[in-house]
Write a protein that binds this ligand. Structure first.
Ligand code: NDP
Length: 253
């Protein structure tokens, strides 16, 4: 059986997940990354990891479709068996997600359900299905948002799901502690990715607004986040449990 540690990252094809994948692979951890529709981007991340002498494999998964999770884990478990002669992986990073900017008074039930399915229900049940494959002593990292602590207008449906993820993570830490599995949240501030139609990349008014309320004076980049998640996948982080680590450059302090 291989001694190499293995991490599963949802939404590893772009943005924050891509940087997490690259940084985690640098810790000599094998990376399983998922994509939704962007196979080419996912394969590019796998190639980038290989170029830095790491190893990775991409899988398709819609994290809002719970009925697909059993078949997804069957595929992953077959891969683990054939490549590593192993039944388990060590780190689960629930990162995949989409943005929604909509005033509370205009948010539709369909939009609310989309946010619920991808950011809360999907994360809850993907984690439930993953836990039997997670090694004792492993770790779960849920990606939340600064918006669960501070408020910017037009993010209510999104932010309430992230707030629920903060609570969910504490329960995971409590209930999975018997297996020495840790659970923590990383909560980024506004990061310049494709998220929410790429607003944090291209909307200069919003970027200036964020910079003005951020102690470090700028919008975040994916490279500000991946290393924090990678650190949580190391032995040095073994006593961090049930915590919410906010990484916003000091937003709305
Ligand atoms: P991006 O839009 O850059 O990337 C989203 C990733 O999630 C892609 O890999 C995408 O796959 C995948 N994805 C999207 N929808 C689904 C789905 N239904 N099922 C499975 N995978 C899916 O977003 P970010 O990197 O910015 O966001 C990543 C996480 O960080 C999200 O949870 C987000 O809420 C959180 N976050 C983001 C912040 C920001 O300002 N950017 C701030 C705080 C938190 P594909 O490439 O195939 O489309």
């Amino acid at each position: 059986m291989s001694t190499k540690k293995i991490a599963l990252i949802t939404g590893g094809s772009r943005g924050l997940g891509r940087d997490m994948a690259l940084k985690i692979a640098k810790k000599d951890i094998h990376v399983l990354l998922t994509y939704h529709t962007n196979k080419t981007a996912a394969e590019t991340v796998v190639a980038e990891i290989q170029q830095q002498s790491g190893s990775a494999k991409a899988f398709q998964l819609d994290t809002s479709r719970i009925e697909q999770f059993d078949s997804f884990f069957n595929t992953v478990s077959e891969y683990l068996r054939s490549e590593f002669n192993s039944k388990s992986f060590h780190y689960l990073i629930n990162n995949a997600g989409t943005g929604l900017y909509q005033p509370f008074e205009k948010t539709t039930e369909a939009q609310f359900d989309d946010m619920f399915n991808i950011h809360l229900k999907g994360v809850y049940f993907l984690t439930q299905k993953a836990v039997p494959y997670l090694a004792d002593g492993g770790s779960i990292i849920n990606i939340s948002s600064g918006l669960a602590r501070f408020t910017f207008p037009n993010s209510s449906a999104y932010a309430v799901m992230k707030g629920a993820i903060d609570v969910f993570t504490r329960y995971l830490a409590k209930e999975l502690g018997t297996r020495k599995i840790r659970a923590n949240v990383v909560a980024p501030g506004a990061i310049a990715t494709d998220f929410g139609n790429g607003e944090n990349k291209t909307n200069e008014v919003k970027r200036q607004l964020v910079a003005n309320v951020t102690a470090l004076g700028r919008v975040g980049e994916p490279e500000d986040i991946g290393g924090i998640v990678a650190f949580l996948c190391t032995e040095d982080a073994k006593w961090i449990n049930g915590q919410r680590i906010e990484a916003t450059g000091g937003c709305m302090l």
